[in-house]
Design a protein around this ligand. Structure first.
Ligand code: ADP
Length: 279
């Protein structure tokens, strides 16, 4: 069974350099030799090896992208995409912005990348209006994903709540639905990290978010996290289980200490695992 498109896109508020995806995308400039904003942060976190490799690439045209290794970053690859400088919107900016997303995804596909994180390209120093850029980013990514199954998850990493809300709205509008992966946006990469440890952290964080959002406290959070992990062993499954728990808590409408009855947890786990076994 194919996963719906809205499940393959996620929005998190955070720092792109900390994403544990297979690849992160850099909002680069044509020189590929580093700059301010996302670019500066990525080069600082990756270390000097990245600049050495970038020097050999001979720059990159606006609307295009190039790939390098991730060096000291948690991500295995960096895809350097060059977005347009905003000049009022009549200089092909929309198409150039869409093009750098498509080119970046094409490179990801060609390199077997399954999970990829994008910043809001062009919306900082390059001055592209964020609401317009968010719609173009989401539309272009959804369109690519609808044509190809190879990329499993695209994460839009936002600086600030305003950007986060704009992306979520764009996804709702264009994909029909948005499902919250309640976590802080730490994604498992094949490069490093103990899979179980990353997953455990993630499940804990997701349970913590549910507690915060609904003003509740799971009486035995560690036990819950352990059961979810043991039964799922795969991050997408775990996400769905915590999403199921989130709905249960929402419908329950209770505040304060709550215990999840074993029957409820079993039902959520069974539903999720059944769904994922068809993938
Ligand atoms: P550009 O030159 O393409 O406009 P910038 O790096 O100046 O790129 O900004 C692009 C967007 O990334 C802006 O919306 C900015 O708020 C955001 N941003 C800046 N630093 C980070 C970071 N470390 N992680 C994620 N997003 C960031």
């Amino acid at each position: 069974m194919q996963r719906p498109l809205y499940e393959r896109v996620t929005v998190v508020e955070g720092d792109i350099t900390e994403q544990h995806t297979d690849a992160i995308v850099n909002a680069a400039n044509e020189s590929l030799l580093g700059g301010s904003g996302v670019d500066g942060a990525i080069h600082r976190a990756a270390g000097p090896g990245l600049l050495r490799e970038c020097r050999r690439l001979g720059g990159c045209q606006t609307g295009d992208a190039k790939i390098t290794a991730g060096y000291n970053l948690p991500a295995r690859f960096v895809i350097h995409a060059v977005g347009p400088v905003w000049q009022g919107g009549t200089h092909g900016e929309d198409d150039l912005l869409a093009s750098c997303y498509t080119r970046a995804l094409g490179l990801a596909e060609a390199n077997g990348i399954k999970t990829i994180a994008f910043p809001a390209i062009s919306t900082g120093a390059y001055g592209f209006p964020l609401p317009r850029a968010a719609v173009i980013a989401v539309r272009t990514v959804l369109s690519f994903l609808s044509r190809s199954d190879s990329i499993e998850q695209v994460i839009f990493v936002c600086h600030g709540k305003r950007a986060f809300d704009l992306y979520v709205d764009a996804i709702r509008e264009l994909a029909g639905e948005y499902t919250t992966p309640a976590g802080p946006g730490v994604y498992f990469s094949k490069k490093r990290g103990n899979r179980q440890e990353v997953l455990r952290e993630q499940v804990r964080a997701q349970l913590g978010t549910i507690e915060e959002v609904w003003g509740v406290r799971f009486v035995d959070k560690e036990h819950l996290a352990r059961i979810i992990m043991v039964r799922c062993g795969d991050r997408w499954g775990a996400d769905s289980v915590t999403a199921g728990l989130n709905s249960w808590v929402a419908v329950l409408g209770k505040r304060g200490d709550i215990e999840v009855p074993p029957g409820v947890l079993d039902r959520i786990l069974d539903e999720t695992l059944q769904r994922f076994s068809h993938r």
